[in-house]
Write a protein that binds this ligand. Structure first.
Ligand code: ADP
Ligand code: MG
Length: 277
């Protein structure tokens, strides 16, 4: 198992794209699993009422359990709802239950409605003996208050982009939302990472889309591309990442490579910042 550099402080990522089915949850779970296996202490916050990330990590999210919903709406501490994943000893999950679907509306009338996840997460990290190295927040496919909470809680945005027609459509809306959040709610927020997913190398279209994304986002787009692979789509039904489901598969390999890139890029950015100070 390759050893990766650990960040000096917690890197909090929001995995966002207002389109559904582009690989947000798959990327959150598999990147988290890859980093945990490489020795990092990792948390996945499931912020989608569907609870797909919770399922994929083998974490209970039946509707009678307390979850991120109570954290957001009732100020319950994250420590009260966080669960160990079955995936890896270094990987925890804050599950989502179906109640979260109502939070989008319920949050509207609450004080500091955009800051609720940030406050809960900061308090949790501050109380930890060994804080997480990485936190991945898996967003629902919308730009509502849940996603805004994720943007305010994070420092980095990771956008998965499916290599298909329409891939770039809607992206400008996402980018201007990120800019708005940066200006008004979270000056530290940066789009640091774009991950090309569900790539089918047999089609010209996929290659064109990948090139177009690289032209638009030369520094943010990871070199690693996640191929379309049946193993990736099968893994969640076994409550596993593709890495434990089929370690040697191309999907597993590419997510492990993407995770390594994220770790090394972070280490490089950190050393450049040190030099310039
Ligand atoms: P989102 O969270 O953006 O809605 P998902 O991560 O749930 O998207 O992915 C949508 C569907 O595509 C899921 O059924 C998932 O298993 C499948 N999928 C995701 N990535 C891949 C891939 N690289 N190869 C094949 N299927 C994939
Ligand atoms: Mg999802």
């Amino acid at each position: 198992q390759a050893v990766l550099p650990l960040p000096a402080t917690t890197r909090v990522f929001t995995i966002s794209n207002q389109k559904g089915g582009v690989g947000k949850t798959t990327s959150a779970v598999n990147l988290a699993a890859a980093l945990a296996r490489a020795g990092a202490h990792v948390l996945v916050v499931d912020l989608d009422p569907q609870g797909n990330a919770s399922t994929a990590l083998g974490v209970d999210h039946r509707s009678e359990l307390q979850s991120v919903y109570e954290v957001l709406v009732s100020d319950l501490p994250i420590a009260d709802v966080v669960q160990p994943s079955t995936e890896h000893e270094n990987l925890d999950c804050v599950p989502a239950t179906i109640h979260l679907a109502g939070a989008e509306i319920e949050l509207v009338s609450l004080v500091a409605r955009e800051q609720r996840l940030r406050r809960a997460l900061d308090a949790h990290l501050a109380a930890m003996e060994r804080p997480y190295d990485y936190v991945f927040i898996d967003c629902p496919p919308s730009l509502g208050l849940l996603t805004i909470n994720a943007f305010v809680a994070a420092r980095e945005v990771l956008i998965p982009i499916q290599c298909e027609y329409y891939a770039l459509e809607g992206l400008s809306q996402l980018l201007s939302n990120i800019e708005l959040i940066e200006r008004h709610l979270n000056p530290e927020l940066r789009l640091t990472t774009i991950l090309l997913t569900m790539y089918d190398s047999r089609t010209n279209l996929a290659q064109q889309v990948a090139q177009e994304v690289r032209d638009h986002f030369p520094t943010q787009t990871l070199d690693t591309i996640i191929p379309r692979s049946v193993r990736v789509s099968e893994a969640p039904s076994y409550g596993q990442s593709v890495i434990s489901y089929d370690f040697a598969s191309t999907g597993s390999l590419s997510y492990r490579e993407a995770a390594a890139e994220i770790a090394w890029r972070g280490a490089q950015d950190a050393s450049e910042q040190k030099e310039s100070h």
